[in-house]
Design a binder for this molecule. Structure first.
Ligand code: C2E
Ligand code: MG
Ligand code: MG
Ligand code: MG
Length: 286
């Protein structure tokens, strides 16, 4: 008996595994088609400063699948990374975000910035190389090596895990970004395995506190000590802090009290289509 059901188990497992693989193959084919058929679009989530000014946005990808409808990045980014298609998607994202940036700057002023999520594979892509990637990020006059004070308007968001794997080459790529006025944000801070020492070794402009800490924020919570400590430490290192996933006034108030520089979340706005982002109030009441 045990043997028979054991065999059944193995069979079921195999079938599931096979199905998962087939699903992934299909997903990758669909991603390829999506790029050709223009099925991706970007939405832009406002990020407000301590005064409630909304001059920063994060670009987030969406997929309008012809049969399956709207698909969120959590459902396809990892498949895109495994297949290498993330390099093409990422290239499209950068071009699209740059076009949006110049429209937002015309509508809202020259200080507007857009954060773009970048996959590790894009940074160290063998196909194109770091230089091509860097020049794809350059806006405005289009020359490389503008001064670092001259902000380019793009902020590259990378995740902590990527930083963990950082070697000398990655470090060089990030330094080249900053030399060209492209700022760097460390995304999902607190969820990875990196120690605080890492952020001292790399030049980073912004640190984004992961929303899991923000969402469990209340005056007596352990998250509140953690957020406060992260903010103080970042400021000692001259790094600015963005809190992600702010959904309530209480969370916003606490974060401001701890000295947080920027707030992002549904409490202020959901990610918006470009037309809505252009019209989003420049000054919000906090
Ligand atoms: P992320 O970079 O950490 O982006 C923040 C995520 O939090 C977004 O999810 C955003 O919609 C969501 N969010 C913002 N405010 C709130 C809030 O108040 N409450 C809650 N519950 N969620 C909030 P989204 O758009 O589904 O993106 C998920 C992840 O997919 C991103 O996390 C990023 O890692 C990745 N991603 C998105 N767009 C791109 C892209 O163009 N390229 C790459 N490589 N990855 C991307
Ligand atoms: Mg991000
Ligand atoms: Mg994040
Ligand atoms: Mg993320």
């Amino acid at each position: 008996h045990a043997k028979a059901s054991g065999r059944d188990c193995v069979k079921r497992f195999d079938w599931k595994l096979k199905q998962a693989l087939l699903d992934k193959v299909e997903l990758i084919k669909d991603i390829n088609k999506a790029l050709k058929n223009d099925e991706f679009f970007l939405v832009y989530q406002p990020i407000v400063d301590r005064e409630g000014k909304a001059l920063k946005f994060e670009a987030l990808i969406r997929w309008n699948h012809p049969e399956k409808g709207l698909i969120s990045p959590d459902e396809f980014i990892s498949a895109a990374e495994e297949s290498g298609l993330i390099v093409d998607i990422g290239g499209w994202v950068i071009q699209e975000a740059k076009a949006a940036l110049s429209k937002l700057q015309v509508a809202r002023g020259p200080d507007v910035q857009i954060g773009v999520n970048v996959s590790p594979l894009q940074l160290l892509n063998r196909r194109e190389g770091a230089d091509v990637f860097l020049s794809s990020l350059i806006t405005g006059s289009g020359e490389l090596n503008r001064s670092a004070d001259e902000k380019n308007g793009l902020v590259v968001e990378i995740t902590e895990n990527l930083l963990m794997e950082m070697d000398e080459r990655t470090r060089q790529v990030l330094m080249d970004f900053r030399k060209n006025g492209i700022q760097v944000a460390l995304d999902d801070f607190g969820t990875g395995y990196s120690s605080l020492a890492y952020i001292m070794n790399y030049d980073i402009d912004f640190l984004k506190i992961d929303r899991s800490f923000v969402q469990t924020l209340s005056p007596e919570s352990s998250s509140s000590s953690l957020c406060e400590a992260i903010i103080n430490m970042a400021h000692k290192l001259k790094i600015m802090v963005v809190a992600e996933g702010v959904e309530t006034k209480q969370q916003a108030d606490l974060l401001l009290q701890y000295g947080c520089d920027f707030l992002q979340g549904y409490y202020f706005a959901k990610p918006l289509r470009l037309e809505e982002a252009l019209l989003y109030p420049i000054q919000k009441e906090i």
